[in-house]
Design a protein around this ligand. Structure first.
Ligand code: CP
Length: 305
């Protein structure tokens, strides 16, 4: 496979291979093996039109650990600000013969457009509300560390599911691993169609009565004005956030906590939740490196065999 654009295009075998291959990459990492020569001589271009901390830095670390050369395309200081289109930008960068392009953009479908234009392997690092496939993969990897047999485990995804690329990719992979998924959020922010087997809740207590093993909080996307449906962020926290009281309930019931980051403290999660002993948030970040190493290692630029 040349590109990773969305998880729905990967068959179960490909997903299992990426997740299985990430295990030895993580072991290397924990044994302080800093580099392997797997992608020596290859080049990775980071093309981020939207801000990112985790995805950008973990792809960069992953590529360097595989001995690839990494170029960061600095959008604010590029000819993009002079009006150069994505197509022209990619053609220019393609002339530099890069092997992999890791792209994040606010427009859904843009990584696919780039993939059609270039021989480089294109990896979608998040496009609009469409997909964030490596987030889905690292979430699945993290869930499987806690539940090696994840079939019939229950994950409750909370927040603005409708506009979340994380929810889309993570739901896709969890369902394919046999996980039961439910959504909790305001009715207007839950998808009406698709994934018929996914339960939808609008009330926190009712959702908790469903018996989740994991509560997965989505980030409130301040930059996309998700919260316009709420009178205030404090009100969002009261209705859908993990408050101090709800954190105690999670602990009493042995429920794990996930969040893709960055966390809005006091909105999705209370301060104490950051130190919750069943929080997987830091582990998700850590696993992102091994999973992204596995993704880079799996793809074949230019259709190489
Ligand atoms: N989870 C995630 O995509 O985080 P960043 O925006 O920091 O990359």
């Amino acid at each position: 496979r040349k590109d990773l654009l969305e998880l729905a295009r990967l068959d179960r075998g490909e997903i299992d291979r990426i997740l299985d291959q990430a295990v030895p990459f993580k072991e290397l990492f924990t044994r302080s093996v800093k580099k392997v020569p797997a992608l020596k001589g290859k080049s990775v271009l980071m093309l981020f039109y939207e801000p990112s901390t985790r995805t950008h830095s973990s792809f960069e670390v992953a590529a360097k650990r595989l001995s690839a050369d990494v170029t960061n395309f600095d959008v604010p200081h590029s000819s993009v600000v002079k009006g150069e289109s994505v197509r022209e930008t990619v053609e220019t960068l393609q002339a530099m013969r890069t092997d992999y392009i890791v792209v994040r953009h606010g427009r859904s479908g843009l990584p696919e457009m780039i993939a059609r234009q270039t021989k480089a392997s294109v990896i979608n690092a998040g496009d609009g509300a469409h997909a964030h496939p490596t987030q889905g993969l690292l979430d699945a990897f993290t869930l499987k560390e806690v539940f090696p047999e994840p079939e019939r485990k229950k994950v409750l995804i909370v927040g603005d599911v409708l506009h979340s690329r994380v929810a889309r990719s993570t739901t896709n992979i969890f369902l394919r691993l046999g996980v039961e998924v439910a959504f909790l959020g305001p009715g207007s922010l839950l998808p009406k169609h698709g994934a018929e087997q996914v339960k939808r809740f609008t009330d926190y207590a009712t959702a908790m009565a469903w018996g989740p093993d994991v509560v997965y909080l989505l980030r409130v996307q301040m930059e996309r004005q998700d919260v316009q449906f709420f009178p205030s962020l404090r009100e969002y926290h009261r209705v859908y956030g993990v408050t101090t009281q709800r954190l105690r309930e999670l602990d009493d019931k042995g429920i794990w906590l996930m969040h893709p980051g960055p966390v809005n403290r006091g909105v999705e999660l209370c301060d104490e939740a950051m130190d919750y002993h069943r929080s997987l948030i830091n582990r998700q970040v850590e696993n992102g490196i091994a999973v992204r190493m596995s993704v880079l290692y799996s793809l074949k630029p230019g259709g190489e065999e």
